[in-house]
Design a protein around this ligand. Sequence first.
Ligand code: ADP
Length: 175
Amino acid sequence: MPVAVYPGTFDPVHLGHVDIATRAAALFDRLIIAVYDRPMKSLLFPPEKRVEMMVQAMAHLPNVTVESYGGLTVDYVRAVGARVIVRGLRMIKDFELEYQMALSNRQLAPDIDTICLMTSLEYAFLSSTIVHEIAVAGGSVEQLVPPHVCEALRLALAQGTEHLTTGTAGLTVPE
Ligand code: ADP
């Protein structure tokens, strides 16, 4: 299959995302990781930083490119000439959300299909929100994110957790 798009917020990218992307990259000729620029949830990192961190995390995969996008995912998928959306599934909770999203996207674009890859067991608990929470509380996220993301989190949090509650400097309360 030629091209697939793996869209998400990736705030920040963690090893569960890297695992899904690595496995999807083995199934498709080309994988585009599409970083959603302004989701309806509060963010820790601005779009450019989320893209930059994802580019570094994907350096080992020559057939993966990373871009940011806005608007409808299906419009973006069509614009890049793909017909497949890749998503990851962890728990039942994810299934309900992904199912609803896949059906909504099919309603909007019947020519585009969603393929969900099951998480690897070791990442079943992992989410960007969990990474935020551990980092904010001073715990180690070394086993959860690539090293450069660890450093970016450290720098972001060193600016003071008051930023996390005031939403200034691009830092807002984690979801
Ligand atoms: P979104 O806001 O679009 O859900 P995320 O960055 O949270 O963006 O997640 C992007 C995709 O990666 C989603 O399909 C999500 O279910 C999947 N995902 C997130 N964490 C994991 C994980 N630990 N294992 C497998 N898939 C995951």
